[in-house]
Design a protein around this ligand. Structure first.
Ligand code: GLA
Length: 541
């Protein structure tokens, strides 16, 4: 066993911290990014029960459900802003009729029952402000006012849960129009959702759609002490339709795919079941070639992005279906460490190497991305990935499933212009160093508050990578998740979820930007996960 000793200068004290080469234990169970379909990209605000039923059936007949896609999400346009005298949402009875004997028209529970009857889950949509987006960007159809939930948070989210919805997307057009503070409004909504869940016993997956303007990755995870599951990181991947161009003409653009991918990369915030959301998929929509669909899916998979198909499921061709159902690609997206890709190298202008750490030790998903307009050779070095360079790495092309070789040190390939190569690598995991916290009774560095609420601190943490991979070993014998906020070198932190573990130790993984090759890094976890949960060590690469 290899051991290193790091000597730290901590003001007047000099503490020594031992770091032992170690292998992290079993990962805790965290939720994977959602997979499903959403109505917006193809149907805009023309959505109704007939379309939803058709799409839900197509989810089954195309084999997408079998591949893992499960949500049927109804986006804006389902409600035209009317409420009854008691403030309850009133929907168009023709658009949402009775679907089975004994049902009443205008009851959204009908469509939920239909979706559930097919073994799928149902999603719904609202805005955090008074008005929804279609009041500002009318898209197809008239301009509808008051399609937001402001002033009715408790009532609306309770209604969604009572109707039986499993997922709610909450937009920000109204909030933005009113100059509200998204971190405040979404925290209120998180509380309303929590109350609705308590009253109905029904869980609502919470999707924040603030579009990235107020850096939601810094406040959305664990908002207001509650769970937000995903947050949008950028503007829409497809431009709104203007009245002059019918939605059948709506086109996806590869440039938007690339910019949404780039804007969605916030690796420090993506962990323990919280995900950056670069927007719904455009694969299978007019505007992208089959190759571009594959690049899009590779980028979303290494991002650990939600996979919500935006195309019309009844019109997908075989090539798109094959891409959307590729099992290796889906496993990469859904990987149980829940981490996001890191850009590990930029060998030239517009040439990028992205790597996502996967749960099987030694496995990485790698995208060689050529953003230039000429073909280029791009190499990936094992060293940059944290794999042992001298050990052979099996290189597999994700799309063809073909093994490209058992290689030492690196792999290089010619990547066509505006294209990517998507690889799964299986090699030998590089070393990690284990750190144990400074314990009570030990003399603390002067800046460390003493007492039982003192954070759990790790000093002298070293990584040779720009982004360190950190495995946190803990136990949480309670029945519910605990949360702790991590501050790296005193900087604004990230909330980490610690799911229940029983009496065993389990591991959650995060990525953090440390000062490279420095022994001065300090990681401090807030003590809020106490009393029942305990962090015992961290392993760092
Ligand atoms: C915003 C969102 C889109 C969609 C539309 C609906 O633009 O970002 O995803 O929900 O509103 O109007």
């Amino acid at each position: 066993m290899h051991r290193i000793r790091a000597l730290l200068a901590c003001g007047v004290l000099c503490l020594s911290v031992w770091a032992a080469h170690a292998e992290p234990g079993q990962p805790a169970r965290i939720s994977a990014p959602p997979m499903g379909w959403s109505s917006w990209n193809s149907f805009s605000n023309t959505i109704d029960a007939r379309i939803v039923m058709q799409q839900a059936r197509a989810m089954i007949s195309t084999g997408l459900k079998r591949a893992g896609y499960q949500y049927i999400n109804i986006d804006e346009g389902w409600w035209l802003g009317q409420r009854d005298a008691k403030g309850n949402i009133v929907v168009n009875r023709k658009a949402w009729p009775a679907l089975a004997p004994g049902e009443h028209a205008g009851d959204m529970a009908n469509i939920v029952r239909y979706i559930h009857g097919l073994g799928l889950k149902a999603g719904i949509y609202t805005d955090a402000g008074f008005n929804g987006c279609s009041s500002m960007y009318p898209d197809i159809g008239p301009k509808y006012l008051h399609t937001g939930s402001q002033g009715h948070y408790d009532q609306d989210f309770l209604q969604f849960a009572r109707w039986g919805f499993d997922y709610v997307k909450v937009d920000w057009c109204g909030g933005d129009e009113e100059h509200l503070d998204p971190s405040v409004q979404y925290a209120e909504i998180a509380h309303a959702i929590e109350r609705a869940e308590r009253l109905t016993g029904h869980k609502l997956y919470f999707s924040i759609c603030e579009q990235g303007t107020d850096s939601p990755w810094t406040w959305a995870p664990h908002i207001g002490g509650m769970d937000a599951d995903i947050w949008r990181t950028s503007r829409d991947i497809v431009a709104p339709i203007v009245a002059s161009s019918p939605h059948a003409n709506r086109k996806a653009s590869f440039a938007h795919v690339i910019s949404n991918f780039e804007e969605g990369i916030h690796p420090a915030a993506e962990h323990t079941g919280f995900y950056n959301d670069p927007d719904m998929l455009v694969a299978g929509m007019p505007g992208l070639t089959a190759e571009q669909d594959r690049v899009h899916m590779a980028l979303w998979a290494v991002s650990g992005a939600p996979l919500l198909i935006g195309a019309d499921l009844t019109k997908l061709n075989d090539a798109t279906l094959k891409t959307l159902k590729n099992p290796m690609m889906l496993a990469i997206d859904q990987d149980r460490l829940g981490l996001q890709a890191i850009e590990v190298a930029r060998p030239g202008r517009g040439l990028e190497v992205w790597s996502k750490r996967l749960a099987t030790p030694g496995e990485r998903a790698v995208v060689l991305l050529n953003r230039t307009s000429s073909p280029a050779r791009i190499a990936v070095q094992w060293n940059d990935l944290g794999l042992v360079p001298s050990s052979p790495v099996q290189v597999t092309n994700v799309w063809t499933g073909k093994t490209l070789g058992l290689l030492r040190n690196s792999y290089a390939a010619a990547v066509p212009a505006n294209d990517a190569i998507f690889l799964l690598l299986r090699g030998r995991e590089g070393g990690m160093n284990r750190y144990t916290p400074l314990r009570s009774g030990e003399r603390h560095a002067p800046e460390t508050p003493a007492g039982k609420d003192a954070p759990v601190r790790f000093s002298g943490v070293v990584s040779s990578h720009r982004w360190a991979a950190i495995a946190i070993t803990y136990t949480n014998p309670s029945a519910s998740p605990r949360y702790a906020k991590l501050h790296v070198n005193g900087m604004v932190g990230t909330w980490i979820e610690f799911p229940p573990t029983g009496n065993r130790a389990r591991v959650v993984w995060i990525q953090a930007k440390l000062e490279r090759n420095s022994a001065g890094n300090v990681l401090a976890f807030s003590a809020r996960c106490a009393p029942s949960a305990r962090i015992s060590s961290i392993e760092v690469q």
